[in-house]
Ligand binder design. Structure first.
Ligand code: SF4
Length: 342
């Protein structure tokens, strides 16, 4: 390992210890809080997570509360964050923690990694932040900062690159492992930016950065996606009665958005002239059909390309649940993929 890399630990820890820790989950080292915040942050920006985190902890202040919450209520609390399997895994893990760990969230990496929904990164973050255990927590921010520090042009989306960088971080972890891990992640968020030019003048480790010295910032990190997302065509029907009740139904218990609610839809593009025929299977009596165009929703491996129609129906029938906007907001989890049509 090059000398420059060995020297970054101290300035990172010193920089982080002086930083303003205004985020709620950074104000204590409580593993339950770190766990919830880390899971929320996996796919969501810090700014957006704040309000969800506060509401979640207020409703479910302990692991016991999380373990016994009703599934529908849990998904409602998670609504808007997406990737609902994260919420389900939180509850599964909470039940294991209650039954096998006396309700105390473990602080050791080896125990954490056994729990549902907790991978290497999250286990590393919880163990190092709550317990100073010397384990790395390598997320996208850390991959970007480290590849710039070492001047690596290897694809950071490749598992082998992640393995290499994790090994390097493991070797340079100081006693203050939690502050180091949080510090390097925060440098990635605030200074060594993913989009736009990094703020190298403000960077506490600029003296050790190969990309900065060799003017390679534009070229690093290298991110090449090797999987193409599959495109799936759909037609979504926004069916509503004259008094404003909207038709929804429950999705299957397996697969994408399992067990959540959806707007009626079919897995193909339906032309305007065929809408009436298509809706026959639900025994719907139409008043008016308005073609609205298309929207798309991007999941990790799939893109839904969705045509949609707004349709006024003459009466609510038993094929669907008919809910007012207020009832929808209060009682049903309609994922963003469908909520975007309302
Ligand atoms: S010096 Fe610039 S490129 Fe290097 S780690 Fe710091 S912010 Fe990133």
């Amino acid at each position: 390992m090059e000398n420059n890399v060995k020297q970054i630990s101290k300035p990172i820890v010193e920089w982080y210890q002086k930083e303003d820790k205004n985020l709620l989950w950074k104000q204590d080292k409580e593993p339950y809080h770190i766990w919830i915040s880390e899971i929320m942050l996996q796919q969501t920006r810090i700014e957006a997570v704040k309000k969800y985190y506060e509401r979640f902890i207020k409703e479910l202040p302990t692991v016991y509360d999380l373990a016994k919450i009703d599934d529908e209520k849990l998904l409602k609390l998670w609504e808007g964050l997406g990737y609902y399997s994260r919420a389900r895994n939180l509850k599964k893990a909470a039940n294991i923690i209650v039954s096998e760990y006396n309700g105390i969230v473990p602080k050791q990496y080896e125990e954490l990694i056994k729990l549902p929904g907790i991978g290497e990164y999250t286990a590393g973050a919880i163990a190092s932040i709550s317990n100073n255990e010397k384990v790395p927590a390598v997320d996208g921010n850390v991959l970007r900062v480290m590849s710039r520090i070492i001047g690596s042009k290897e694809n950071i989306l490749h598992p082998e690159t992640k393995k290499k960088i994790t090994k390097i971080v493991q070797k340079i972890l100081p006693e203050e492992a939690g502050d180091f891990n949080e510090g390097i992640m925060e440098i990635g968020e605030k200074i060594c930016l993913p989009n736009g030019r990094p703020l190298c003048d403000k960077c506490p480790i600029k003296d050790f950065c190969v990309a900065n010295k060799k003017n390679m910032i534009e070229e690093i990190p290298v991110r090449i996606k090797d999987t193409k997302r599959k495109i799936q065509n759909k037609t979504v029907f926004v069916l509503y009665t004259i008094d404003g009740k909207i038709a929804i139904c429950k999705r299957k218990d397996k697969g994408i958005l399992a067990g959540l609610y959806e707007l009626p839809n079919v897995e193909e593009f339906v032309e305007e002239g065929d809408v009436r025929e298509c809706l026959k299977k639900w025994d719907i009596r139409l008043e008016k059909v308005i073609a609205k165009g298309q929207k798309k929703h991007v999941f990790t491996h799939i893109v839904w390309q969705m045509k949609y129609y707004e349709i006024v129906v003459s009466e609510a029938n038993e094929s669907f649940i008919w809910a007012s906007k207020k009832e929808l907001d209060k009682g049903y989890v309609l994922p963003t993929a469908f909520a975007k049509f309302l």
